[in-house]
Write a protein that binds this ligand. Structure first.
Ligand code: ADP
Length: 760
């Protein structure tokens, strides 16, 4: 740029044109840098300056200065007239309120220096211009200048750094914002002295004012934009649906939640009515000054989905648009536009909240029912508990159950774990220990188990040795899921299905005691019967014998017959008392067995022969390929068992027929199996389970009028089992029965009795 006296030489029209270019740019140009550049260029053009520069003070987003006006913390915003190299140098240079620039930045006044070098303060022209003393001197000079106490010629220059074009003429004006804070400076320079006039100073001050307005506008614009973006973001991030509707029902704005629902509804059948209910009706009502607060609207989104919304609407009255210059005024209240009423409709999706509420209520109800059930169960005198799964995990138990077990069974704990943990043992009807799998509670929850187990005799033995005889009833329940968790899907429920059973324990200690009394009575009765019986039997037999030998007066035939009947009856009575004795001995654990090597084949043959002599309507056969098989047995007791079983086969086949006895041997394990097959009345299926109990007799046996005590099978099984064997049967009512005896070969007696509870 030429260093001539530009401003005075430019015609007024060009100057006006240049100024109006700046004014036009102020309105259009929002890019701060380009604008400042244009102003700097215009300043050069109008004043004939060789260089022009804008320095600005860093400001916060809120328009607050971030650095003081002193120091060198301003930055270079635009440069004109410098080579790129010089510009780069300027950008590195500290700029701010020191030396010539101090009045501009620190006091907000313009500075015009005709020849900066001519008045250069000699001692500070060297490199130590940045020293504290120099800065203080510069500050004082600036202060004096501003207050008219110092001619501008005495202002101290900053010195000219290396590479900086030599500036002799200097003109600078501050950029002041609306609160007259220094926002920056517009600085002009020329290498020749006396280049700027007072008029140039006026022009520059005018340009600097325009630049300040431009900066402030740009700042306001940026702030407004930021605020608008903020509002947009907040609006979009609201999880509730928010819609702005005008009084013609046009949707002016909506956030994404509102838009997504509206679009989904538009496509669904009945969606229009839903949109009406959710949006337009509340908007219309609020515009009609009706209150629309927390109105519940239920919408069928599709066939199986219903959603529930809380709708609120309020009118939005906007102030009229402001015109004229930007002024800082509060909106006067009540000054609202009536013409463009709008409604804001906000709807809050409460489907999930409602579902949770319902779930919580249902849960509370279930809990209350459960508590009531527990209360009722706890008041029951009998032990009741519920188990689930094949391992019988506890679901709930009443107080009596805890009392009977003498231990707390934890909810969810498998039965086996509970028993082991608490040192509990359970014994069966025969006094033998039962493993957990044999307990009614475990049996009932097995898949192959029928739904009910009735009157299972079990005896709990507590760790302190006390025992509790029980009758156990267990019923499998057909409820699909105990939890009743409504949140679970049907598949989850199916996957979780497990057998569930309710188990009731009845304490039969009193019954057992009564039974014991009965046993004692039987024992006494058997004893008391025995002596007179023996006397009767002895005399009857003596009379028959003496008469047969011809001693004394001969007996008439009817008398002899009567004596034979007496003899037979006493024989039967004797057998009965023997059975009673055996029962009481067994109960008291006093039955002693004497084992000895015994040939089972020979023994069976003897019994078959003897029994055959008692009947001519039955044909008893023994089939075996074994010539003999020697076992360690109490021969007398085994004869008693076989006599009883073959005797039963005869008794319960009143129409006669074959009775097939067979013996065979099996290896691994080595056992002998003896079976007795008859074709008699059989045993009804529903009574088979209890037929080995004492005094148990089947209904069909009673109905057929065959006499009996119901003690034979009980004694037989006890005797076989105490010799290490097993006794069982298969029977079909009306078709006959087969009784089986299994005995170990060469095995001696199985260990028995050590664990038997003493009360059994
Ligand atoms: P008792 O024969 O004296 O009644 P048991 O203990 O020997 O007593 O038998 C018990 C019951 O078992 C009998 O009353 C009868 O109902 C049934 N029972 C036993 N053996 C047979 C059989 N072979 N056939 C049909 N029923 C039988």
């Amino acid at each position: 740029m030429e260093g001539n006296r530009g401003s005075r030489l430019l015609p007024a029209t060009e100057r006006i044109a240049a100024l109006s270019r700046v004014s036009a740019a102020l309105m259009d140009e929002l890019n701060e840098e380009r604008l400042l550049h244009l102003i700097a260029e215009t300043a050069c053009e109008l004043t004939g300056a060789m260089f022009a520069a804008f320095t600005l003070r860093p400001m916060s987003g809120e328009g607050q200065p971030l650095v003081p006006s002193e120091g060198h913390l301003f930055y270079l915003a635009a440069v004109v007239g410098a080579t790129p190299k010089q510009e780069a140098l300027f950008r590195q240079m500290p700029l701010g309120g020191e030396g010539l620039l101090a009045p501009i930045f620190r006091h907000g006044v313009s500075v015009l220096v005709s020849d900066a070098l001519a008045f250069l303060h000699k001692p500070d022209s060297s490199q130590n211009t940045t020293s504290t003393a120099s800065r203080t001197a510069a500050r004082q000079a600036a202060f004096a200048y501003v207050h008219g106490q110092l001619p501008k010629e005495d202002l101290r220059s900053m010195g000219i750094p290396r590479g900086h074009p030599v500036v002799r003429s200097f003109l600078g004006a501050p950029l002041l914002d609306h609160s007259r804070q220094v926002r920056g400076g517009l600085l002009l320079g020329h290498t020749e002295p006396n280049q700027f006039t007072q008029e140039d100073e006026v022009v520059l001050v005018g340009l600097a004012t325009q630049a300040a307005i431009a900066l402030e506008n740009a700042h306001l614009y940026r702030a407004a934009q930021m605020r608008a973006q903020e509002v947009d973001r907040i609006f979009e991030s609201i999880v509730d649906g928010v819609t702005l509707i005008d009084d013609f029902g046009n949707i002016l704005r909506e956030n994404s939640t509102a838009r997504l629902l509206r679009e989904a509804l538009t496509e669904s059948p009945g969606g229009e009515r839903a949109i009406e209910e959710l949006l337009f009706a509340p908007a219309q009502r609020t515009l009609n000054d009706e209150a629309v607060q927390d109105i519940t609207v239920i919408i069928n989104v599709d066939e199986d989905e219903t959603r529930e919304y809380l709708v609120n609407a309020s009118p939005l009255r906007l102030p009229p648009a402001l015109s004229g210059p930007l002024v800082d005024t509060e909106d006067p209240p009540g000054n609202v536009s009536q013409a463009g009423s709008r409604a804001v409709v906000v709807w809050h999706d409460i489907t999930e909240a409602r579902r949770l509420l319902n779930e919580r209520r249902e849960h509370a109800e279930t809990e209350a029912r459960r508590a009531l059930l527990q209360l009722i169960l706890d008041e029951l005198p009998t032990s009741v508990y519920l188990v689930r799964g094949h391992d019988a995990r506890l679901v709930l138990a009443n107080r009596a159950a805890t009392r009977m077990w003498g231990a707390v069974w934890q909810i969810g704990q498998p039965m086996h774990e509970f028993l082991t943990e608490n040192g509990l043992r359970v014994f069966g009807a025969n006094g033998r220990p039962l493993v957990t799998e044999q307990l009614a509670t475990r049996l009932v929850v097995q898949d192959d188990m029928s739904v009910t187990i009735r009157q299972h005799q079990e005896t709990i033995r507590h760790p302190d040795g006390t025992t509790l005889p029980l009758l156990v009833n267990a019923v499998k329940l057909t409820i699909p899921n105990l939890d009743g968790l409504s949140a679970q899907t049907a598949t989850q429920q199916r996957a979780k299905w497990e057998p569930v059973a309710v188990v009731v324990h009845q304490d039969v200690t009193a019954l057992k005691e009564a039974e014991q009394l009965k046993d004692e009575f039987l024992s006494v009765a058997a004893h008391e019967l025995r002596n007179p019986l023996l006397v009767l039997k002895g005399y009857a037999q003596m009379l028959l014998l003496q008469s047969a030998r011809g001693k004394g007066s001969a007996l008439a035939e009817w008398q002899a017959e009567a004596l034979r009947e007496i003899d037979l009856a006493t024989q039967r009575l004797d057998e009965l008392t023997e059975d009673l004795f055996d029962v009481t001995r067994l109960q008291a654990g006093q039955l002693v067995l004497h084992d000895e090597p015994t040939d089972l084949v020979a023994l069976t043959r003897r019994v078959v022969k003897r029994q055959q002599m008692t009947t001519d309507r039955h044909e008893i056969s023994l089939s075996t390929i074994l010539p003999h098989i020697v076992l360690s047995l109490d021969a007398g007791r085994m004869e008693q068992v076989l006599s009883n079983l073959i005797g039963n086969a005869i008794k319960y086949s009143p129409r006669g027929g074959p009775i097939k006895v067979s013996i065979h041997k099996e290896d691994d394990p080595e056992i002998a199996v003896l079976s007795i097959r008859d074709y008699g009345i059989g045993i009804p299926e529903d009574q088979q389970a209890r037929i080995f109990s004492r005094f148990a007799r089947a209904d069909n046996a009673l109905a057929s009028g065959v006499g009996g005590t119901g003690l034979g099978l009980y004694l037989s099984r006890e005797l076989v089992e105490r010799q290490g064997g097993h006794l069982w049967f298969g029977s079909t009512e009306g078709q006959g029965s087969t009784f089986f005896i299994m005995l170990p070969v060469g095995g001696g007696y199985a260990s028995y009795g050590n664990d038997a509870p003493s009360s059994l």
